[in-house]
Design a protein around this ligand. Structure first.
Ligand code: FES
Length: 165
């Protein structure tokens, strides 16, 4: 009878290996799908027209509270749309013009102009919303919130794909 027991063990080993392989494939597929910015931009159904590029001066923060985001134009001309929700527990943040930082009134987290954490308890940067610039208009997809664990230069959107305008 020990042979039958060995066959059973072998069967379960193969079964677990198969389940593990399936789970791995699914995890890779989900991760690639989640990280694909092209797909997220294709899914755009409801773009909010924030305004013309020229309406946003460099190093400025414009709140769109009814749409739950801040439109930031960085010193180098690039745009980034930041969620108004704190990455800690979701309170609405405010832009402090004097100190040039985002401040959360709930537990005093601070964030830089591009949404990076300056002061805990928040540990993750502010989430972003996809931006598309078409014919001089800055448009935001307010249906998509992109949570992030770090700041990437690729999140900054420029009017000129090759330059910094
Ligand atoms: S919700 Fe913003 S610091 Fe806690």
């Amino acid at each position: 009878m020990p042979k039958k027991g060995m066959q059973k063990r072998s069967f379960f080993k193969k079964l677990w290996a198969g389940i593990g392989l399936l789970a791995g494939v699914e995890l890779v597929w989900l991760t690639l799908n989640f990280l694909s910015p092209k797909k997220q931009k294709k899914d755009i159904k409801n773009l909010f027209a924030a305004g013309k590029i020229k309406n946003f001066s460099r190093n400025s923060v414009t709140p769109f509270r009814n749409r739950n985001f801040f439109l930031v134009r960085l010193q180098n001309g690039g745009f980034i749309a930041l969620s108004i929700k704190c990455s800690h527990l979701g309170c609405n943040i405010e832009w402090d013009e004097n100190d040039e930082k985002f401040v959360c009134p709930c537990h005093s987290s601070w964030f830089t102009i591009n949404g990076d954490v300056m002061h805990a308890p928040a540990t993750r940067p502010l989430a972003t919303l996809p931006i598309i610039i078409e014919n001089g208009d800055v448009k935001i997809n307010t249906n998509v919130i992109l949570k992030r664990n770090s700041i990437e230069d690729t999140e900054i959107v420029y009017a000129d794909k090759h330059g910094k305008t």
